[in-house]
Design a protein around this ligand. Structure first.
Ligand code: GLU
Length: 490
């Protein structure tokens, strides 16, 4: 595709580092990344940190970490020089000065001495001039003498772009279609502030040109900025990239997604034990679909399947329950080696050590396979696996009352302990036979033994099939835990 003066696809994700990477930003990054990877193009990461008050190094670090975690590697950006740097707007002042110079030389900028308070009063119509939107053009035709006078008053000036006073700016958006904006309403807008800093619209255009961006894919909240950016491209006489505004993300109550809706940052999901496969897959469906049925896509499959043509105009609804479902799916599907790797820090944090050697590993894999169909996230998986290890297993208080402190339970546990001590080999089948046999001998239902044994060994009232659990916990730990529970049993 030939766009502007570039022949390859170059897209960018341009976060403002004033907080964490949230779901909306991550979705924008993902769509750009998928688009670049599908086209064999380049994905550029540009940090828009011109707002020095709100930008923090901590936020930059968090954004980079979360993007890397999602697997959205950038070809150019912080730590990856691609010849179009620097990739922090705060270090790009010379470009903004140069572009302002070009506009100034073409006679398309003029200094504006109006103070924010004066503008506010005039916009509200309190000075008797009548209300207006944008700018009323007061400084547009100042004479050199006027300027000298205003400067003598100690006023500083911002630079405004001369916007045509009539006509319209038409945005042909790849997703929204044709959108028209009346130039009159936009008015002459500021491109360089009185302190010399560029405004967002101006910096973005200068950067997108300098970085050879071919496609701008970003959230629909930026659509209202686009005509101003178009006017800057036109004033500079430069070709515009292709623009595609992706739909807003709403919460389940259909208001714009925000912190009120619970966890909305990628980091929160990562910390809660979500896997990147699930998060990336779920994010891909926020505004994009392949067809009416298929929803499960690995990242390589997304690269093959993704296209802007299938991005909807309608807002997407973020459903945390659905994300959890995706996470459960990937926890069941991930290769064990990968699952193991992801769990490693969580197991270490809990002091749970995988037994050494191939047998230990095989045992651990069996534990994981037993548990993973039942959990929603890595945290749950690590927590649930604890009772397979020689760890102190707390007895769930409700279960303790309901199951253990019942009359006759101590005797049943002791009988089961004796039987289990003699089971050989200590495997699922033999354990089952022994316990069911004992229940029959004692004239009990199997459950009368199974429920107290489950509580005793796992500390919980629910677990995977008890006989398999006991086989994996092993004889020694099983007997110890039965002894301990029998002491407090009724
Ligand atoms: N820095 C802007 C933001 O964080 C994005 C700018 C753009 O994509 O044009 O919303």
């Amino acid at each position: 595709m030939e766009v502007g003066n570039t022949t390859t696809v170059r897209v960018r994700f341009a976060p403002s580092p004033s907080g964490y990477l949230h779901v909306g930003g991550a979705r924008t990054a993902l769509f750009n990344w998928l688009f670049a990877r599908r086209a064999g193009g380049r994905f550029i990461l540009r940090i828009e940190d011109t707002d020095q008050q709100r930008s923090t190094g901590e936020s930059v670090a968090a954004i980079l970490e979360d993007l890397a975690w999602l697997g959205l590697d950038w070809d150019e950006g912080p730590g990856a020089d691609g010849g179009h740097g620097p990739y922090f707007q705060s270090q790009r002042s010379e470009f903004y000065r140069r572009y302002a110079g070009l506009l100034g030389d073409a006679g398309l900028l003029y200094p504006c001495y109006c103070t924010p308070e004066e503008l506010e009063a005039r916009r509200a119509g309190t000075g008797g001039e009548g209300k207006f939107q944008g700018y009323d053009g007061r400084c547009r035709e100042l004479t050199p003498a006027d300027r000298v006078r205003l400067e003598a008053e100690g006023r500083t000036s911002a630079l405004r772009l001369r916007v045509p006073t009539s006509g319209k700016t038409v945005v042909d958006d790849g997703i929204r279609g044709r959108v028209e904006f009346a130039n009159e309403i936009m008015g002459d807008f500021v491109v360089v502030r009185a302190d010399g800093s560029p405004t967002y619209n101006f910096a973005v255009v200068a950067d997108d040109i300098e970085m050879g961006i071919s496609h701008v894919i970003r959230g629909e909240d930026h659509l209202s900025n686009t005509p101003r950016q178009f006017l800057i491209y036109e004033a500079l006489g430069r070709a515009k990239p292709f623009f595609a505004h992706i739909p807003l993300i709403l919460g389940p109550d259909r208001t714009r997604l925000s912190k009120r809706h619970g966890a909305t940052s990628v980091g929160q999901y990562r910390e809660a034990g979500f896997v990147q496969e699930a998060v990336a897959n779920y994010l891909s469906l926020l505004g994009w679909s392949y067809d009416d049925r298929r929803e499960l896509f690995t990242v390589p499959e997304l690269v093959q399947a993704f296209s802007l043509e299938r991005v909807s105009r309608n807002p997407a609804v973020f459903d945390p329950g659905k994300l959890e479902w995706f996470n459960g799916h990937y926890l069941r599907e991930l290769p064990l080696e990968i699952l193991e790797e992801r769990l490693d820090p969580l197991m270490k944090r809990r002091g749970l050590t995988i037994p050494a050697g191939p047998d230990g590993r095989e045992w651990y894999h069996r534990v994981l396979n037993l548990l993973r169909p039942r959990v929603h996230n890595l945290e749950e998986l690590a927590a649930d696996s604890a009772y397979f290890f020689p760890a102190e297993v707390p007895l769930d208080p409700a279960g303790l009352e309901k199951v253990i402190r019942k009359e006759g339970v101590a005797a049943r546990l002791t009988a089961a302990r004796e039987r289990l001590a003699g089971v050989e080999p200590f495997n699922q089948e033999e354990i089952e036979e022994a316990i069911r046999g004992l229940a029959a001998e004692l004239n009990l239902k199997a459950g009368d033994l199974i429920h107290p044994l489950r509580m005793a060994v796992t500390g919980k009232t629910v677990s995977p099939g008890l006989f398999e659990v006991l086989a994996l916990v092993g004889r020694e730990l099983t007997l110890d835990r039965i002894d301990r529970a029998a002491c407090v049993a009724g």
